[in-house]
Design a protein around this ligand. Structure first.
Ligand code: NAG
Ligand code: NAG
Ligand code: NAG
Ligand code: NAG
Length: 386
């Protein structure tokens, strides 16, 4: 029971402090646009549906498997800024200063209504048989390892109706069309097997201005989804390794949105309180935390999980974060971060369900406890059995 309490430390205090910390920072990622939100939402679903319908069709034809693309408001906001600046320059294409993303561009002259999404997409699709680079817009649309897109239009009025124009920009992450030379002339293989641009780190994929605001709920949000994938990868790569080393079968963690929300509440509350770790007296889930001071951003997910792994050989309970992270019977994970700019400190919290580290002393070895021990506490709120 002692160990149970250790791994499950933080619930109560953080819950009590949650109200003050719940500032709506996520609004930073929304755009102010003049069009009605309904029009924008329908154009957004046109973009997504038309991308996914050609991806479904061609990725299979090219011998790959269908890989959906999702909408990113963060990318859309960046696309809007670029489209606006190009529209102001009579809708001439300009290379953006920052090339972290794939960029497709379309110009429409002489009209005061926005070109249809289907019109732009058919134009791009029409280039498909022309070979690379003429079909570069379409290969970007189809690029399998590109997971997010955001598009926006901007209008430039003119007293001469023939000079009115629309600039349309779609941004893609990760960027596709990279290392095409490795695949040419079999560019179809590149589309379905090529990786995203290699040099991208988690932070430039997200855009540095979004780095601190990883408190978005929506799986459509690039920052949120990238971070969630990072947490899972940092845990599961190690679980795969250690479960095998411990003569057991690999038990991966799955993402839990409700756990992440609770973790976000805790992290915000602690960050707001000068990043003081608060230990609640009761806890339903396993919890690990990391506090970091003196940096201008939050740590990478890999850095955090590595810091827990680093204590692996220090004996229990010092290695309790590691044993919780590896606990086979914990199958759900939700993590969140919060940054306090005044104090330059951050808190990262991961919650696990069911909780691990229970009844550790019932097992002859901690390896057996990790891989054979049952979980304690509750399943995530939206899961019946786990
Ligand atoms: C579309 O994006 C790709 C990748 O950034 C680029 O190579 C291509 O030239 C773009 N095409 C158009 C029409 O913007
Ligand atoms: C996150 O989602 C929940 C449930 O849909 C909602 O109540 C909450 O306001 C959302 N938070 C943010 C920051 O959007
Ligand atoms: C974790 O702590 C336990 C108990 O002190 C110890 O037996 C075990 O060796 C530690 N784990 C590792 C990987 O050193
Ligand atoms: C967790 O433990 C329970 C109870 O012993 C068991 O039914 C379940 O299969 C275990 N799950 C995993 C993933 O080990």
């Amino acid at each position: 029971m002692k160990y149970f309490a250790l791994a499950l430390t933080l619930l109560m205090a953080a819950t009590a402090a949650s109200a003050e910390a719940d500032s709506p920072q996520s609004n930073n990622l929304r755009t102010q646009e003049s069009k009605s939100s309904r029009q924008l939402a329908s154009r957004q679903s046109d973009w997504i549906n038309s991308h996914n319908s050609v991806r479904r069709k061609y990725q299979k034809q090219y011998g790959g498997t269908y890989s959906r693309i999702a909408w990113s408001n963060g990318l859309k906001n960046k696309a809007a800024a670029l489209a606006k600046s190009m529209a102001n320059n009579n809708c001439q294409y300009e290379d953006p200063a920052n090339k972290d993303y794939g960029l497709n561009f379309s110009r429409s002259m002489g009209s005061s209504s926005a070109p249809s999404v289907s019109g732009i997409m058919s134009m791009w699709e029409g280039t498909l048989s022309q070979g690379y680079p003429a079909n570069g817009a379409m290969t970007q649309v189809l690029w399998s390892s590109t997971k997010y897109v955001g598009c926006a239009d901007a209008y430039k009025d003119n007293t001469d109706p023939t000079k009115r124009c629309y600039a349309t920009v779609c941004l893609y992450a990760k960027a596709g069309n990279c290392n095409m030379k490795t695949y040419l002339p079999e560019w179809k293989n590149a589309v379905v097997s090529g990786s995203g641009s290699l040099e991208q780190t988690e932070s430039n994929l997200r855009g540095s201005d979004e780095l601190r605001n990883v408190d978005e709920n929506s799986s459509r949000n690039l920052a949120y989804a990238t971070r969630a994938e990072g947490w899972l990868a940092a845990h599961n790569s190690r679980r795969e390794k250690y479960h095998q080393e411990f003569q057991s079968t690999y038990s991966p963690l799955s993402w839990s949105i409700p756990l992440r929300r609770q973790a976000a509440t805790f992290a915000k509350s602690m960050a707001a309180n000068d990043c003081t770790i608060e230990r609640p007296s009761d806890m339903k889930y396993g919890i690990n935390y990391n506090k970091r001071v003196g940096y201008s951003n939050i740590p990478t997910t890999e850095w955090v999980v590595k810091s827990w792994e680093a204590k692996k050989d220090e004996g229990y309970p010092a290695n309790g974060s590691f044993t919780q992270a590896m606990w086979s019977n914990s199958t759900y994970l939700g993590c969140a971060d919060a940054y306090n700019a005044n104090k330059k400190c951050s808190i990262s919290i991961c919650l696990y369900a069911k909780a691990g580290n229970c009844n550790m002393n019932n097992y002859p070895s901690w390896e057996e406890a990790i891989t054979q021990g049952p979980g304690c506490g509750l399943c995530p709120p939206d899961v019946q059995t786990c």
